[in-house]
Ligand binder design. Structure first.
Ligand SMILES: Cc1cc2nc3c(=O)[nH]c(=O)nc-3n(C[C@H](O)[C@H](O)[C@H](O)COP(=O)(O)OP(=O)(O)OC[C@H]3O[C@@H](n4cnc5c(N)ncnc54)[C@H](O)[C@@H]3O)c2cc1C
Length: 324
């Protein structure tokens, strides 16, 4: 790795001051489980001169129930989210997603803010600079998406155009189903944005001088059922091949509101509106659930090696809805 200065931030204002003072030549670090790999492989367009540790900001790692919503500080560890009694009780999909990330070591270091902001795992994008040279690509600012003609078994089947890398974050998928919002703070303004608006095809909409400070989740209806399912090649220390998070509210056997979010099938968390429409106002029987699963992938355009993701997506939706 190259040398960089390391600062322990004391407050959010301190972070913003340092980012401004260094003219943006900074990288924010929470658990560092993703950032350290990114720096070692020299993936960023410019190597940061300063790394700012967010974990030293007091009070940024708490889980609180306030005013009909849950507020989770950006540096809250995944271990603490998975083990939190209020999260397990009220947001079981989020607890399951947090528990599914990597390994105990990664969950002990990794944070919710870092999980949402982590860089993609596309193997062309991640190819280390020191092993035969960096591979330029659309996501790095210049060049084609090599997955289109290359090894693309883990890439997008939906919504890929110039970049087929998928969003790697498990928590984003569960938070999408829970209709969470992300608090983004910059030097001049702060905003709450719906979690699905936080992502774009090249990662997140964060500007270089902004950071995530909190995630807010509205309390769900008492009758809503939440499920997070993740298919992966091996059961430990592995990213999703496909994941599905659903929140379904039923009244007298009829689905009155459904949110269905798909993970690892698109460059962003993918809201399956067509699948939701296929079950809203209907009972969750075999026929309607099968129709929802078909509708979810009707726009899929798989690459040469990843059509199998269509079947996995349908199977996960089917399983999640039938157990709702
Ligand atoms: C072997 C391995 C397996 C993994 N498996 C999974 C998996 O199954 N599922 C999954 O979802 N992830 C997985 N990850 C990815 C990741 O390490 C974890 O998800 C972790 O949660 C990242 O959090 P962190 O705090 O360590 O992030 P960091 O590495 O500290 O940061 C990641 C990125 O986010 C930025 N960032 C961090 N916090 C903020 C903030 N508050 N505001 C703005 N930017 C911020 C950093 O600048 C950096 O760019 C895995 C990683 C590894 C190495």
């Amino acid at each position: 790795m190259k040398l960089f200065k390391h600062f322990d931030a004391e407050s959010i204002d301190h972070v913003l001051e340092m980012v401004t003072a260094t003219n943006g030549k900074t990288a924010l670090m929470a658990g560092g489980t993703d950032l350290m790999g990114v720096l070692k492989s020299e993936l960023l367009a410019a190597y940061p001169e300063v790394v700012i540790n967010l974990k030293t900001i007091a009070g940024l790692d708490t889980i609180k129930m306030v005013d009909q919503e849950c507020r989770i500080g950006a540096t809250t560890r995944l271990t603490d989210i998975a083990a939190s009694e209020p999260i397990q009780t009220t947001f079981p999909a989020l607890a399951a997603a947090a528990a599914s990330v990597g390994s105990p070591e990664l969950r002990n270091m990794g944070t919710i803010g870092g999980n949402l902001c982590q860089d993609t795992r596309c193997w062309y994008y991640r190819y280390p600079d020191k092993m035969g040279g960096r591979i330029p690509c659309y996501r790095k600012g210049k060049g084609p998406c090599h997955a289109i003609r290359g090894e693309n078994r883990y890439h997008a089947i939906l919504g890929g155009k110039k970049c087929y890398a998928v969003c790697p974050s498990d928590l984003a998928i569960a938070l999408g189903a829970l209709d969470a919002r992300v608090k983004v703070v910059g030097p001049t303004a702060e905003q709450m944005m719906p979690i699905l608006d936080f992502f774009n095809v090249l990662g997140t909409v964060l500007k270089p001088d902004e950071l995530v400070t909190e995630i807010r989740i509205p309390l769900p209806s008492k009758t809503a059922v939440q499920i997070f399912l993740k298919n992966r090649v091996r059961d430990a220390v592995d990213f999703a091949v496909v994941s599905v998070a659903v929140m379904v509210d039923q009244e007298e056997g009829v689905c009155r509101d459904a949110r269905i979010i798909l993970g690892a099938v698109a460059p962003t968390p993918y809201r399956a509106f067509a699948a939701e429409a296929a079950i809203n106002g209907k009972s969750l029987n075999e026929t309607h659930v099968a129709a929802a699963a078909e509708a979810a992938v009707k726009d899929a355009k798989p690459l040469s090696q990843n059509a199998y993701k269509i079947d996995i997506t349908k199977a996960l939706i089917h399983r999640a809805l039938l157990s709702s």
